[in-house]
Structure formats: structure tokens, C-alpha cells
Ligand binder design. Structure first.
Ligand code: ACK
Length: 373
């Protein structure tokens, strides 16, 4: 249908989100900060304790009491004394970015303190800290649905950022924060700043500083950072979550990771990872960035899986391990073996006989069927 008054098809009116504005486009960075962040009076803040260290200074927990509002727990990032003008600009740059976002899966900026020293950035408090540490501390403690719920939240936050036209460039479990309800929120915003601070980021031969293990090949090779390269990183975050904070590519060197990915090797499915999730990660790691799913599609797929939990029943470590053996040793089809046990013995995998039986691979026909699939 058309709206005859102005000839705009009225069924195609969409509510476009305001797009993100790079604070560096402001000539005066102080103008940017006051456009996007509220100035908080220092008397509203009570600092409780130091919870970590950032590049610019300590990170503390504390309380914020705004006039006429109840007291809420907050995180307080401080800029330590003796900073340069550039450091102040980069420090507050993060607040200018964060202040433009409003989403349940993006860390929420309460405001900044710039009129007294030390300069501070006040955000919501996330009781469980960063996701990588949190998962390592709670190894094996969550249901698959809980893990998928965390991943759904991260994907939803990333969908919002991509709609806003913001490319994160450093999406990794260490840059996700978790609250007491297990809600995950994307944090660590900045431009060059974020990568300069990230201890995982390494200099490439072309001088860029990049967290290699999390970064899409085109971004490593020629700095093509897009929402599609964020999707690649999201796939790595999925792998980190499903393996409870394991280090991607373990102790391989950055150079070996780049080479392996270039040669089309990919991370194997984590232990007990639902096959549906492993397929999604593998999709995020397609060489052709246009073939990767969009965050929108990732959110819908995860929603579907959550609504239909039986779709998460097939696990990587039964089916995938068998298929790996088949790739390495060839299918037992038409061979001389009379049982799965005999075949496994012949390829020196006899110790897996019990596992095969438990997983339903009781006959050679069933194993052969695997190959066909
Ligand atoms: O893993 P963590 O406890 O979670 O250690 C780091 C540390 O500060 C340095 O970044 C923690 N942190 C950062 N922002 C917040 C926040 N908004 N709420 C709670 N902890 C935070 C982070």
C-alpha cells in the first residue's frame, strides 16, 4: 500500500537506529564527551575497593547515589595522575562511544566525572566480572541452555552494535562482562585505544596491533574490519564459551595460527559441544566474509535452539570424533573387518570401543552411514 500524500510506501517505513558517531570527528573532544555522557558530581560517588587494573588507572567498585534516586552499585574507571592530553582524550573516548549505546547486552554508562581529579568513568556494576575468568572459575558448571543463553545475549548486543554501524574489532570473552543474573554484556569500546590496551593484541608485519586469535583473516591481512570480521570473532567467543574459557588454538604461536587458518584449518569442536553450535561457529569462520551469517541470523538461530532444546542433543564428541577417525583412516566400508571392535583394533583405536558402543556405533553399517553423511 502507498501513502498517497507523499508517495512513500507506508509498509516499508522502518525505524532506523541512529548511527554511531566517531568521537574523533569532533574537533573538540570535550564537546563529544558532553554530548554523549552525563557529568556526575563527585559527591554522588563512594569508592569501595579496587577490582582491577586498566591501562589508564585502577578499576574500582563503588556506589552511585544520584539526587532523588536510590543508591546503586557501579564500576569506576579512573585516569591516573600525570596523564597526557592524548591519554585523557582516549580515556574519555570510550565513554563518548559507550554513551551512544543503550541496550541490555551493552555495558551501560552512568556518566563521567571530568570537573574534578581523578577523571572517572562510571558504568553499571557486573558482579561476575569478565566472561573468560568467570568460565574458568566455573568449569563444567552450567547447562547447555545457560551457555546458549549467554551466547544469545552477546549476539544480541553485537546485532545492536552492527545496526549502529559500530565495528568492535576486539570481541573476545575477556571483553564481555557478566552480571549476577548471568546476563552477558559487551564492553571495552574505543578506537585505536582498545587494541593498544589489549595484552592479546600483537603487532603485525604491517604495524597494526591485532588480537590475532580472535581476528578474521582479511582483517589481519589488510585491516578489513567490518561487522563480518566481528562475526568471525563472535565464532571464537562461542568456542571460548563452550570450552569454559580455553585459550583458542592453545599454545600455538600467532604465526602458526595465521598459517593454519590460511590453510583452512579451524578449531575443533569443544568437548560436549552441541553439533548445532559447532556448525554455527564454523559458519562464522568462513573465509569469504560475505558467506558468514549476520548477527541478526545468529540471534534467530540461537533463539530457535533455545526454544527447541532437543536440537542441542547431538554432541560433537560422539559424531565428530568418529568422522575424524574416518577422515584419518578411511571408512571401514567393504573392508575385511567383521565388527566395530575389530576395525578399531586394526587402526589402533581399540580403547575407544566402549565409547563407540555407548554412542550407538554398534555395527559397521552404522559407522559407514556416518561416512555417507
Ligand atoms: O575479571 P574482572 O573481575 O572484571 O577483572 C577486570 C578488571 O575490572 C579490569 O578490567 C573488572 N571490571 C571492569 N569493568 C567492570 C564492571 N563494569 N563491573 C565489574 N567489574 C568490572 C574486570
Amino acid at each position: 500500500g502507498y501513502n498517497h500524500t507523499n508517495h512513500v510506501p507506508n509498509n516499508t517505513v522502518t525505524y532506523r537506529l541512529r548511527t554511531y558517531i566517531d568521537p574523533h570527528t569532533y574537533e573538540d573532544p570535550n564537546q563529544a564527551i558532553h554530548e554523549f555522557a552525563k557529568e556526575i558530581d563527585v559527591s554522588c560517588i563512594t569508592i569501595e575497593r579496587v577490582i582491577g587494573a586498566g591501562e589508564f588507572g585502577e578499576v574500582c567498585s563503588g556506589l552511585l547515589r544520584l539526587p532523588g534516586k536510590r543508591e546503586i552499585p557501579v564500576a569506576i574507571k579512573t585516569l591516573k595522575a600525570g596523564y597526557t592530553e592524548k591519554q585523557r582524550r582516549d580515556f574519555l573516548g570510550e565513554a563518548s562511544i559507550m554513551g551512544q549505546f543503550e541496550h541490555p547486552n551493552i555495558i551501560h554508562l552512568k556518566g563521567v566525572i571530568t570537573k574534578s581529579k581523578p577523571v572517572m568513568i562510571i558504568t553499571e556494576y557486573m558482579e561476575n566480572g569478565s566472561l573468560d575468568t568467570f568460565l574458568k572459575k566455573n568449569d563444567g558448571q552450567f547447562t547447555v541452555i545457560q551457555l546458549v543463553g549467554m551466547l544469545r545475549g552477546i549476539a544480541s548486543g553485537m546485532r545492536y552494535l552492527s545496526e549502529m554501524g559500530y565495528v568492535h574489532r576486539d570481541l573476545a570473552a575477556r571483553n564481555i562482562l557478566v552480571n549476577s543474573n548471568l546476563v552477558c554484556k559487551v564492553s571495552d569500546f574505543g578506537l585505536s585505544r582498545v587494541l593498544e590496551d589489549d595484552p592479546e593484541a600483537a603487532y603485525t608485519t604491517r604495524g597494526g596491533k591485532i588480537p590475532i586469535r580472535w581476528t578474521a583473516p582479511e582483517a589481519i591481512a589488510y585491516r578489513k574490519f567490518t561487522s563480518a570480521s566481528d562475526v568471525w570473532s563472535y565464532g571464537i567467543v562461542m568456542w571460548e564459551v563452550m570450552s569454559y574459557g580455553e585459550r583458542p588454538y592453545w599454545e600455538m604461536s600467532n604465526q602458526d595460527v595465521i598459517k593454519a587458518v590460511e590453510e583452512n584449518y579451524r578449531l575443533p569442536g569443544p568437548m560436549d559441544c552441541p553439533t548445532a553450535l559447532y556448525h554455527l561457529m564454523m559458519d562464522c569462520w568462513q573465509k569469504d566474509r560475505n558467506s558468514r551469517p549476520k548477527f541478526e541470523e545468529i540471534v534467530s538461530l540461537l533463539d530457535k535452539l533455545i526454544r527447541n532444546p532437543s536440537s542441542l542433543k547431538g554432541l560433537v564428541n560422539s559424531s565428530n570424533r568418529v568422522s575424524n577417525l574416518l577422515v584419518e583412516h578411511g571408512s571401514p566400508e567393504g573392508c575385511v573387518f567383521r565388527s566395530v571392535e575389530e576395525w578399531l583394533e586394526a587402526i589402533k583405536m581399540g580403547r575407544y570401543t566402549e565409547l563407540f558402543m555407548e554412542s550407538g556405533y554398534t555395527s559397521l553399517e552404522v559407522v559407514t552411514q556416518m561416512t555417507l553423511e
